[in-house]
Design a protein around this ligand. Sequence first.
Ligand SMILES: [Zn+2]
Length: 607
Amino acid sequence: MASAETLPAEYRVLARKYRPKTFAELIGQDALVRTLTNAISQNRIAHAFILTGVRGVGKTTTARIIARSLNCTGADGTGTATTEPCGVCPSCVSILEERNLDVFEMDAASHTSIDDIRTIIDGVHYKPTVSRYKIYIIDEVHMLSRSAFNALLKTLEEPPSHTKFIFATTEIRKLPITVQSRCQRFDLRRVSGELLAEHFSRITVLEGLEIESEAAGLIARAADGSVRDGLSLLDQAIARAFEFGGSTRAPMVTAESVKSMLGLADRGKIFDLFEATMRGEMALAIGIYDELHEVGADALQTAQDLLEICHSVTRIKLAGSTGAYLVDSSEKQRLQALGSGLSIPVLMRSWQLLLKAIAEIQQASDSKAALEMIIIRLGFMPDLPLPADLLKKAIVDSKNLPARGGATSSGGGGGATSARQGNTVMKLAYANSTPQASEAAELEAIAIPQNFNELVALAEARRDFNLMMELRKNCLVDSFAEGRIELTVIESPSPKFANHLSSQLSKWTRRAWVISLNQGAAGDRQTIAQFEQKQKSEELEWARSHALTSAFLKLFPDAEIKVLPITDPSLPPAPLTPSAAGDSADDSDFNPYRDMVPDSFSPPEDD
Ligand SMILES: [Zn+2]
């Protein structure tokens, strides 16, 4: 390969070449450095340390710097332990070259047994050969066997004054408490994206190349807090830059090459996809996804990118920052704009949907189709009311109604609200009753109707469906007081209607009722049935005119629109029972209770 010639003759991996030699060179671990510096300068040095943190943040590197700090003798050979090891004394040099006789490194991942640890421990009591301290660095210490820990513990309980232990672990919780309690603990933090990007840019320049800031940002983000992982990626990116770079100027690590190296889709396009999806612009969203797919974006990766954006939008909306490293500031603005248009419940449900989507994509034989269907589902989701919202709305609606009871219901309020109220009350009453068993309780609970809607509910509860339908479809209330009801009937009811109502009421409430009927124009008043029909048409109209619907109709021109209630048995029912859409013209036989009404029934016998 031609690039081999252009690479430096003795190429060392960056992570090794730029391994920090002093605390000052350690990036992103300010708190740890401060504590250690204090301890060393006050000569209060623990005899055992634990360094913990995710892989690649610099645990082993820190352990070696501590070893040099403790054993440095200074350039003139008279120094004591220092936070700034000189780097030139025999101790510093030999530790750097990993040949110091008094510094032992052991990887517990491959040396887990009691014998391995015994080899170390046996030497503990001998004085250091050349240095101030004998230092034992045990990496991945949580991997030691139980017996090995027990052997180690004995030494930790009474350590000779000339020994120091430095443990490193990615999984501190797997370490016995007895061991933890004998050590000073330091948590190495994930290095922030900003610091990593700066670090990678600086190193690239030191290597004689140029790097686009977006490229450094992309590597930083992929490194996810790990310096070592990031430097490995930078190694690859630099090798590519040499390979593809021109000869006229310094090779350049470009964002484009990093993207293709990392298999990343164009970030902006992912934002476009998320935005179009959440707006319900389905044709646009699917078009964007097609483009992404054509340039090789993987369905799973795309779903993960959408998930990440969903999280970032939510976080930026609530906390003002994403917590993750943003490649450029325009990304933040974009996230904020997206967040302002989306509610938290919608974002929460999108997150859940996308999480499930990832599993679905992994199982699907056609992953592109799977993600497409998920995008469509996502696009149609935001406008569905949440079950909790529906319940809240039902409660608020019933509280905001005009005063209940006959005193105020002169009939004028007989329209929308009271019909709605009636519907709610009635259905709740029905839902709460099981036939026969609770009849006595039901009678008590319903007691004497205080308004027209309660009257309708009572008729239903007592299963006088003919009476109920007559009240719903044909009656407007003029006045309502206990024992006396005045109704306007639109069409002449059966001659026995008034008598039937009166006697049923008397039977159910055990008191006398006087019913007067007026015949006349309804004016602008509506029966319960009319109100519900009107509401249903409005809902259909709303659904038809919605942006999501028109986007969907473009894709599926033959689709039929239906407004469906949420069918959750724990909730009050939606105000309408759906019927086929589009037949709004004539719905006079609309009956939300048709499922409950026997095909044929006769009105209950009058007493
Ligand atoms: Zn030194």
